[in-house]
Write a protein of this length. Structure first.
Length: 57
């Protein structure tokens, strides 16, 4: 069963990734995410929704 994460949680994780010296894998482990590619996918989703600035990547 897939967990649905709210946008505010996704934003928290992506911003932590931006502001942390940790890599994608370590941030994924920190937030107990099943896969590291969630962060990259969420980043694109949040930019598309206007919740992150366009040049964030």
């Amino acid at each position: 069963m897939m967990t649905k994460y709210p946008d505010d949680f996704k934003l928290l994780v992506v911003e932590d990734y931006y502001n942390s010296p940790l890599g994608v894998r370590a941030i994924s482990l920190k937030y107990n995410l099943p896969r590291k590619n969630y962060i990259n996918s969420w980043e694109k989703q949040l930019i598309a929704k206007g919740l992150l600035p366009e040049g964030s990547t």
